[in-house]
Structures are given as structure tokens and as C-alpha cells.
Write a protein that binds this ligand. Structure first.
Ligand SMILES: [Zn+2]
Length: 218
């Protein structure tokens, strides 16, 4: 049961060995040597998150303790974050105190060399989800789009490139704020001692208990 839940959250690689070099006008996505799924739990092998300010970034701070900084790195031209730092900060302010208190900071940043949508080092969260001007998120070759479809995205193909088209910015925001962000907070709250797979399943279950798109009122 755990297994089936966590499996639906990943874009499974259909061909692990396939070259994942995708020319997307101004961006390239390469395979990540260790990540086989698109969410990320803290582990010993992870590099620490970058937590210093970069030129051109925007920063806001949530209004309720512990006053979490939310920053956004500059993006390549033509790409946009799904949410603004202000929207992330406002979302954090709606969460219970014990959840908020686990979050050191949130960074909106673009990781063209990675294939995870969001990750945490156990304290600082990174949200990587970007779309183009048309509201389309590029999909790396071999990844599945089951989860985005569950949240209202549609898979489209233009030539050899697959995308998730978000028909409505509200659906996209719900996916990033109520699922990706909450999933990472779930990692902070997961019981200690779980192995990586169990930790992943716990965080995913936590996120779906917080917000289940199949149960929402339309
Ligand atoms: Zn995870």
C-alpha cells in the first residue's frame, strides 16, 4: 500500500539508460546521476542547500513566527516560477506552528541539472517547478506525468518534447503549494529512523492527507 502510493508520485523512468538531453530553446536537462525520483529526502550524500543570497533575488518573510525567509533566484528568460515568494510565505502562515517551525527558509530556484521538483536538506526547502510563458512545464524523457495529471495538468507533446500543460494557474499553484511544499514539510516531520523509501512514502502520505485533489469540492 505504501509502495503503490509512493509510486504514483514519481515520474518513473521508462528507460534508465536513455540519454536525457533535451533541447528546450534556452534550457537543457541532463540526467541526475543519483536521483531516480523527483522528490528528495535528506540523506548523507546530499550536498548542503545553497542558503546565501544571490544577485537579483527577491526575498519576503512570512508574517508569523518563525518568520521564514522566502527567496527566489533569477530565472533564464522565458521561464517562470509557478508561485511567487509572497504566495509561499502566505501559505506557510496558514500552517500549524509546529509545522512552520521546522522550516528554515524556502528558495524558489531552477535546477536544470536535476530532475526533482522540490527537495529539502531537512530544514531549507527548494522548489524547482518552472513553466514557460504558455503555462507548460517541460518533462524530461522517461518521466511520467501521473501526479501532475491528478492535480489537473494535461500532458501534451510538441514534436519530441513532452510537456505538462496547466490549464489554470490556480491548479498549478495548488499543486506546488499544497502538494510539493507540504510534501517537503512532511519530510521535516517524519519519524526518525525511516529508510529513504519509507521516509518518502511518509512525506507523500502526509501531503495527500493535507490536500487530496480527488476529494476537493469543485
Ligand atoms: Zn520527498
Amino acid at each position: 500500500m505504501w509502495q503503490s502510493k509512493v509510486q504514483t508520485t514519481r515520474r518513473r523512468r521508462r528507460n534508465q539508460g536513455a540519454a536525457l538531453v533535451l533541447a528546450l530553446s534556452s534550457l537543457l536537462w541532463y540526467p541526475h546521476p543519483t536521483a531516480f525520483h523527483r522528490f528528495h529526502a535528506p540523506s548523507d550524500g546530499d550536498a548542503p542547500a545553497i542558503t546565501f543570497p544571490t544577485a537579483g533575488e527577491q526575498e519576503v518573510v512570512s508574517k508569523r513566527p518563525p518568520f521564514v525567509p522566502v527567496v527566489s533566484d533569477p530565472l533564464p528568460q522565458g521561464l517562470y516560477y509557478a508561485v511567487t515568494p509572497r504566495e509561499v510565505a502566505a501559505m506557510l502562515d496558514t500552517l500549524p506552528g509546529p509545522w512552520r517551525e521546522t522550516v528554515g527558509m524556502v528558495r524558489l530556484c531552477y535546477r536544470p541539472d536535476g530532475d526533482v521538483m522540490a527537495e529539502t536538506d531537512g530544514e531549507d526547502i527548494e522548489l524547482h517547478y518552472v513553466v514557460n510563458r504558455g503555462g507548460r512545464a517541460p518533462v524530461a524523457e522517461g518521466e511520467t506525468t501521473d501526479e501532475e495529471e491528478r492535480f489537473g495538468g494535461h500532458t501534451v507533446r510538441r514534436g519530441r518534447q513532452e510537456w505538462v500543460q496547466w490549464p489554470d494557474h490556480g491548479l498549478l499553484k495548488a499543486y506546488v503549494l499544497k502538494h510539493l511544499l507540504i510534501h517537503e514539510v512532511g519530510h521535516h516531520l517524519a519519524p526518525t529512523g525511516l529508510d529513504e523509501e519509507a521516509d518518502e512514502a511518509w512525506a507523500e502520505d502526509f501531503a495527500f492527507q493535507y490536500f487530496d485533489p480527488d476529494r476537493r469540492l469543485r
